[in-house]
Ligand binder design. Structure first.
Ligand code: HEM
Length: 154
């Protein structure tokens, strides 16, 4: 989704990544669908998780975060413990995209939303190999919808 021109700044570096990640997880922690997965299922140590996520997103957007981890394995480990299906990924992406839109606007803001949509799609598919993938998560661009539909046919 292209952002229209606005008074909001774009993501320029580490400071904005930290602001985005903090705002995103503030909302996730209070969310009915996702909050308990962190607090009661994963027992997340936020002092460790937040810096990891700053590094992750800095790596994705600016190639400088130094993140080295395996998100696929981390999420796959949650599957036997709690629902990790379409409703959870739709909510995750909706919160991510609306958090970006509340704070930032511009090419990097658009890029991080597209990266999040792509990764949500990939992680959901890989950890739910038997699910019906004909429906798409919220917030995809027309280009992503077309690309995923084509991939589903191959
Ligand atoms: C249903 C949606 C999701 C849920 C419930 C979820 C939940 C979690 C949880 C519980 C952790 C472990 C935190 C800890 O260490 O205690 C985690 C880690 C992580 N998540 Fe997610 N997540 C979701 C979607 C995503 C998506 C779409 C992405 C990427 C765009 C993502 C990126 C990451 C990364 C990078 C880590 C750190 C992995 C590591 O330890 O290296 N998550 N997530």
């Amino acid at each position: 989704m292209q952002s229209t021109s606005s008074h909001l700044p774009d993501l320029e570096g580490r400071a904005e990544i930290e602001q985005l990640v903090n705002a995103f997880y503030d909302r996730v922690r209070g969310d009915d669908v996702l909050g308990f997965i962190f607090s009661e299922v994963a027992h997340t140590d936020w002092a460790a998780h937040l810096p990891k996520m700053y590094a992750f997103w800095e790596q994705v957007i600016f190639r400088t975060g130094g993140y080295t981890g395996n998100p696929l394995a981390v999420h796959a480990r949650l599957v036997p413990l709690t629902a990790m299906g379409r409703p959870q990924f739709d909510r995750w992406l909706q919160i991510f995209q609306s958090t970006v839109d509340s704070l930032f606007s511009g090419p990097n803001a658009d890029h991080i939303k597209n990266c999040a949509a792509d990764m949500a799609q990939v992680i959901h598919r890989r950890i739910n190999p038997d699910a019906d993938h004909s429906a798409h998560p919220v917030g995809l661009t027309p280009e992503q919808r077309a690309r995923y539909a084509a991939a589903g046919q191959s």
